[in-house]
Structures are given as C-alpha cells and as structure tokens.
Design a protein around this ligand. Structure first.
Ligand code: EPZ
Length: 438
C-alpha cells in the first residue's frame, strides 16, 4: 500500500506553483456535459477526484479528449438521455459526482446518479440540492442508493437555501442555467469556486449574475456554445503550502494564486507572527521563530475556510500558549487529532466541534493514518515539522486533492517520498541519515 515516509525538522524554503482549483474544476467539468459543442478547459488539477469524474462523464457517452495532464476538451453531444445512469465503484467514492444531477437535469431533464461518497467529515446530506431541483419543477426520488430526478420542463424559481451550501449553490445554479425563465438563489455560498463555475457557464452562453454574493440571479438559456476556459488557482492547495512554510519555520513563495482568495488565511498567519508578503499573483510566508496562539472559527467564505482547519491546527499545535478552533461547518472534522497525539500534540476536543490546543515545543515522528483529504495533508505538515521519521498511511485520501504533492514538497527541500515497501522505507532512512552525516 502506498504511503509517505518523511524525515522532519528541515524548514521548507523556495518557490511552489499552485495548480487549478479542484472544487471549481468538479463543477465546471460536470457543467460542460450540458454543451453539445466543445468546452476546452485548462489549468485542470490532475488529481484522483477529477479523473474519477472524467471517467464517469465518458461512461454516459460524452466525449472526453485529454490534451494533457491539465487540459481536456469535453462535448456532451454523445450523451443518450435514455441511458443516463451515473454509477460505478469509483464515482461512489467521491462527492462531486452529484454535480452531474444538476447538469443532466438541466440539459436532458432527467438524471440518475448514485448517492455521493466523499470524505467522512460529517453526515453531508443533500437535502438543499433536492429542495432546489424540486423548486425548479423536477420530481426527485431516492431509490436503492440512486438519486433519480426528472422534469417535463424546468421553470425558474425563487429558492432560499436553509444552509449556506457550496454544493447546493453550484448544483442548483447549473440546473437553473437551462431552466425556462428566471431563478434567484438566496443565502447562496460565496466561495471563489462558485464564481468560477458561474464564469465558466457564462463563457458558454449562460446568463448568471451575482455569483460571489449571497443572491445569485440566473436567466435560463436554451443552448450553449463552444468555450475555452482556464480554472482559477486552488485556494486550499495554496493555503496548505503557506501553512507548511509556517509550521516548518521556513520561507516559501507560493506562486500562481489570487491573494484576495487567501485573505482569511494570510490574516491568521500574520496574527500568529508569521511574515506574509503579497504581490500580484504570489504570497511569501516567512516564519523564522516560534509562532503564537490564536482563536479560529471556521466559516463560509470569506471566513476562515473549513478545508484549512486541520492544517492550521497542526501549526497552532507547535505555537506558544493555548489556541482554540471551533469547527462550525462539519460535525466530524477533528478525526486527525488522535493521529497527531501519537506525535506528541496536546489537543482537547470539547463537544465534538471545539479544539483546545496547548502548544508543544515539538512533534516527534510516528506511524500514522490519514483519515481524510485535508487532515492527511495536515499530518504531512506535522511530519515535515517533527523530529525524526513519520510514515503516513492511507495517502489515497491526499491524492484525491493534491497534484504531485510530495514532488512539490521535495522542491521546497522537504524530505518526503512515496513508498510501497518496508525495504523502500529503510532505504529512505539510510540515505536521509547519510545526507545528514555528509
Ligand atoms: C464542498 O463540500 C467542498 N467539496 C468541501 O471540500 C468543503 O469543505 C465544503 O464545500 C465547504 O466549503 C467540494 O466542493 C467537492 P457544503 P460540500 O454543501 O458542497 C450542510 C475538500 O476538502 N449541508 O458547503 O459538500 C453540510 O452538512 C472538501 O476539498 C446540508 O445540510 O459542502 C455542511 O454542514 C471537503 N444540506 C454544510 O452544509 C445540503 O444539502 C456545508 O456543506 C448540503 C450541505
């Protein structure tokens, strides 16, 4: 089984280039099947969730022409509405297959998609998605683990989300883009990836206004035209490398980003004593001394992102004083704490959603398991900051959302390798201890 072996204690130094946003790409690739013409999409992250979705898109008859690891041309013209079932062992493991419901319902007025999987960070219901589809006039039932949505026609509606939901906002926006008349989505999520999906849809000929605010207005259209689109940089990949620089007391320039998207993360790094220098499309993080404690509550954008909570917690676990993190979005997003305790951290979890973090001088390497995507990335940061060696198992979670993760970390001087056998682990330990001796 693939795992990471890490030798910690070395500050990360240098430059890293950030890839396309996974959570924008998933909505964009699904929406592309609504277009019988050609959608050329680049800056697409080459990660497992994306490749699983592209496979599912091909399975329903769309053409997927991979121009390279980060570019694809999609056309929905080959989709046969009679055979619209999205279900296979891979799509069951990811969450974003459900965007195909919005896309197929919007374009073909019917969709049959297996219930979503994804990281076990909470119950993750889809009641708001279903509420939106029904408001547009669809009949939606869940039968034998499949979501089946059908409509004679889709008609614009005024939809008020009971919960600020990224997925529901994107899914309803996609379906409504081909509904007859006007749709308003109130209490919409405002993440950068929602704006990116709206911009992509508009580049195909949709008529969407207000994405990025909590009221999105959509005037439905009948057809889409060819488009060429480049996906925005990944806010969470960028934040992960910024946090890795801070936790390892390094000096890292994170390139190809949109600093505005990073504001909540940059502000917290400043607050705990890291130096954060912004330029047009890059941010430099320098942390030459031990950082300080702070308090955080995860919130929908532009608040502190829940997808950065584990990475921030690992960094605060090494800070002075006592910090507190309240996880307000998901009910089970501290599963990494028991793994981090094996490295010497001092966390107390109250009521399942609050972490009281007493900073320790150092982590000590251990053999640990990644419990989900972002927690896995956070545990890699802990291993890079720790004294000694850390092995991280279940790295398939990390590969869902980070492209060439260990390669990019090695480019910053991180001593990390992806291995499969104990023999490879021993070889890494031998060579890295020799390096130290040299
Ligand atoms: C998206 O998940 C992201 N995934 C998550 O990133 C991210 O953590 C989350 O948004 C919040 O930013 C993708 O984009 C593929 P939500 P999503 O709907 O859409 C509740 C990662 O690491 N809710 O915004 O599933 C839900 O339970 C992943 O890349 C309902 O109650 O998140 C949660 O408490 C992890 N009913 C809250 O809303 C619904 O119908 C926010 O969930 C939908 C959601």
């Amino acid at each position: 089984m693939e795992r990471y072996i890490i030798k910690g204690g070395k500050p990360l130094v240098g430059e890293v280039v950030i890839g396309g946003a996974k959570n924008a790409a998933l909505g964009i690739l699904a929406a592309a099947v609504m277009n019988d013409g050609r959608c050329t999409i680049d800056n697409m992250p080459n990660v497992r969730d994306i490749n699983v979705l592209l496979h599912a898109i091909e399975e329903i008859g769309a053409t997927v022409d991979r121009k390279g690891p980060n570019e694809v041309v999609i056309s929905g013209c080959g989709i046969d509405p009679e055979f619209l079932t999205v279900d296979n062992e891979y799509i069951r493991k990811i969450r974003a297959g459900y965007y195909l419901i919005g896309a197929l319902l919007g374009r073909h007025k019917r969709a049959k998609v297996v219930l979503p999987g994804g990281c076990e960070i909470g119950a993750r219901p889809i009641d708001q998605h279903i509420k939106g589809f029904r408001a547009l006039g669809a009949k939606v039932v869940i039968e034998q683990g499949m979501i089946i949505a059908e409509a004679e026609e889709l008609k614009g509606s005024h939809i008020y989300l009971d919960v600020v939901s990224v997925g529901a906002t994107i899914n309803i926006m996609i379906a409504a883009s081909m509904a007859r008349g006007n749709t308003i989505i109130e209490n919409a999520a405002k993440e950068p990836h929602i704006v990116d999906v709206a911009n992509f849809l508009n580049s195909m000929g949709a008529n969407i206004k207000g994405a990025g605010t909590d009221v999105i207005r959509i005037r439905g259209v009948e057809t889409f035209h060819d488009t060429e689109y480049s996906i925005i940089p990944d806010q969470i990949e960028a934040g992960t490398f910024m946090m890795a620089a801070a936790a390892t007391h390094g000096d890292v320039i994170v390139r190809n980003i949109i600093p505005k998207h990073m504001e909540a993360i940059s502000a917290k790094l400043n607050e705990i004593g890291a130096e954060v220098q912004e330029s047009d499309d890059a941010i430099r993080v320098i942390a030459s001394h031990r950082l300080k404690h702070t308090q955080i509550k995860t919130l929908p954008y532009p608040g502190f992102p829940t997808d950065m909570q584990p990475q921030m917690a690992v960094t605060l676990g090494l800070s002075t004083g006592t910090s507190m993190i309240v996880e307000s979005i998901f009910e089970n997003r501290f599963r990494y704490v028991e793994e981090l305790r094996k490295m010497g951290s001092n966390f107390k979890i109250l009521d399942g959603n609050t972490a009281i973090i007493t900073g320790v001088e150092k982590y000590v390497g251990a053999d640990i398991d990644a419990p989900d995507l972002r927690a896995g990335a956070a545990l890699v940061i802990a291993g890079l900051a720790a004294d000694g060696y850390t092995t991280i198992n279940q790295i398939h979670f990390i590969q869902r959302g980070y492209e060439r993760f260990e390669e990019k970390l090695r480019g910053l001087g991180g001593m990390i390798r992806k291995v499969e056998t104990d023999e490879e682990v021993n070889r890494f330990i031998f060579s890295s201890s020799k390096k130290n001796a040299d």
